[in-house]
Write a protein that binds this ligand. Sequence first.
Ligand SMILES: [Zn+2]
Ligand SMILES: [Zn+2]
Length: 391
Amino acid sequence: MSTLLEQLHAQAGEFIGLRRDIHHHPELAFDEHRTSALVAAKLESWGYAVERGLGGTGVVGRLVRGKGKRRLGLRADMDALPIDEATGLAYASSHAGVMHACGHDGHTAMLLAAAHHLAERGRFDGTLNLIFQPAEEGGGGALRMMEDGLFDKYPCDAIFAMHNMPGLPQGRLALREGPAMASSDYATVTLAGIGGHGAMPHRTADPIVAAASIVMALQTVVSRNIDPLQMAVVTVGAIHAGKANNVIPQSAVLEISVRALDREVRGRLEERIKALVAAQAESFGIKAQIDWRPGYAVLVNAPEETAFAREVALELLGPERVTLQAPALPGSEDFAFMLERVPGSYLLIGNGEGDSHGACMVHNPGYDFNDDNVAIGSAYWVLLTERFLRD
Ligand SMILES: [Zn+2]
Ligand SMILES: [Zn+2]
């Protein structure tokens, strides 16, 4: 497959320039106006049928070739993060406090580079849907595009997405079948007690004692209610209560973060946390209110589509540069919502390891996407498209 890689190497310069331009003009979730306009204009100029404004600032480009019935979806994310860039690069962010610190500039550039090649000389038969989504970083842009009819207007038989990964050798592809990234849910527990004098606790209902007891009781959810072979996290990240040593406050608030790698475990965590909070609070004569906010779902890679994605990776790079079953990650990713609707697979591309600049972790102010991945990442998308939509 060296010829395909060579072809994408030959055009990579243009897309590295585009990547740096996007990096220089980062935009936060649902504010990706310049980026999505740029994406839409490029796709249109290459002959794609383009829809703008799906899910706010999302863009879909469709290219139909031949009479094939198969429909493929490829997704990239476009949003930046509220971070002050500290890379010192010539193309560093020109927007104070906003930075492409997760490489979504690179994901966009890789998919555009593939889009260009596929329009010019892609050999496929069927429908290609390129999905550029807003607000991956906590905003749930994938869900917003789906609520706007993404898969009703652009049905897909399978969908794929790729994220860069610092610490993994540059250009290495890592796949995983099954649960690959965690769900993340949030809960705010408000404990309403009866405040009073610290010297007369018997005339109060102390929310601080109740809060302390709840924090300890919550530790038993993972250790006693969840299968020891399953991953689960319950973290109380904040406690807010009281101001003075001799005043028992009226209320206390707990902020809880909950993660799981399995849909059933996720449900069990919610059920047990709610039950424990209610029972514990009641035992202290305290009223508890729990505001449960579901975040991203567990990201589950489908077996058949992952097997296919592995074959494409092996064909492009050979076994030395492909990890067939990578470990799961405790982070979250809203492509999970798309995978709940359409089977597919989410893979990683190594951003660099050791003391290379590509090894700096995402969400760090010193991070930068590795431009050497533009050719490999786009070649992967081209080959995957040509294999999935075989003519
Ligand atoms: Zn991120
Ligand atoms: Zn990201």
